[in-house]
Design a protein. Structure first.
Length: 316
């Protein structure tokens, strides 16, 4: 009898422990071993479960706190109902000037062979103990070195990632052999002065003589086209123009779709892991956002990925 009562008490205590860790919506500054990360829990999380997860990697020299403020994803997460994870990279100055080991880049993280993929997967396992996460709807984004890290996560943990949306950073992995297709939305300026669109040796990092070699954006995407079974020619191409201080900016949206995707999933602008590949080469990201409709597409992209993944899961 005592044993039965103890078992019941333990079962009742588990939800209470979860509620104690995340008692309300908002930001939580957490640790996993010696590493740190920030989690944003959306409003009404329990009622909206299971929750998609977006991992957002800061750029080289940044940190989780700064990227959370810069990216503006929390407001979208509250509206659409997904969890945002902002991991911290590694460095020598605490939570300042951090980088990611994306394979061929960058900084202290690369030099020290930081296990950043393992760290990210560890975060997801840790959060899944106390939050109702949807394991089939895990996404990653990042800027610059963070974009490179999103690519490495997709390559080495493709079975855990539904889609990635890297910005201004191409894949620099040493070995490209993803176990399964991953949908890709790549955003990049062809005039980027640091993360060179056509590849090559970039300029020195500020205050140093350290330079990084970048891979060609189109060359990197070509490798994913093969894995994702997408055609080499875009299904549609949509140019956009917007006024700027120095003339006019132009952006071009390219959509490449796996012909095997079911017709009901071929909704323009949506990304579906394993079935639809959506690639974007932007001549100027600012122009793309400026030329977007009043309901900014920048805010709609990631939630719509989650929506399509959910629809696909019901069809499989």
């Amino acid at each position: 009898m005592t044993g039965r009562l103890l078992l019941v008490a333990l079962l009742v205590a588990a939800p209470a422990a979860a509620a104690a860790r995340f008692p309300h919506a908002g930001d939580y500054d957490l640790k996993l071993g010696a590493r740190t990360f920030i989690v944003h829990v959306p409003r009404d999380a329990a009622a909206r479960a299971p929750l998609p997860v977006l991992v957002a990697f800061h750029g080289g020299g940044g940190n989780a706190t700064g990227f959370a403020k810069y990216a503006g994803l929390d407001r979208v997460a509250d509206r659409e109902g997904f969890v945002v994870v902002y991991p911290d990279g590694t460095g020598r100055l605490g939570r300042r000037l951090l980088t990611w080991n994306a394979g061929g880049c960058c900084g202290q993280a690369q030099a020290a062979h930081a296990a950043d993929v393992a760290f990210t997967l560890g975060i997801l396992r840790d959060l899944a103990r106390d939050l109702p996460l949807d394991r089939t709807r895990v996404y990653a984004t990042g800027h610059s070195n963070g974009a490179m890290m999103a690519y490495r996560l997709a390559v080495e943990a493709s079975e855990r990632v539904a889609a990635i949306a890297p910005v201004a950073g191409m894949m620099v992995v040493e070995r490209f052999a993803p176990a399964r297709p991953v949908a890709v939305l790549h955003i990049h300026s062809v005039d980027d002065p640091r993360a060179l669109y056509r590849g090559g040796l970039g300029p020195p990092f500020p205050g140093t003589d350290v330079r990084s070699r970048h891979q060609s954006v189109e060359g990197g995407l070509a490798r994913w086209l093969i894995v994702d079974r997408c055609p080499t020619e875009p299904r549609e191409s949509e140019p956009r123009r917007a006024a700027a201080k120095s003339g006019e900016h132009t952006a071009e949206l390219l959509v490449l779709l796996n012909p095997e995707a079911p017709e009901e999933l071929r909704d323009r602008g949506l990304i579906l892991a394993s079935l639809e590949c959506y690639a974007m080469a932007a001549r100027d990201l600012e122009a793309y956002v400026a030329a977007a409709p009043a309901a900014s597409e920048k805010e709609q992209i990631l939630p719509r990925i989650a929506e399509m993944r959910h629809r696909a899961s019901r069809l499989n």
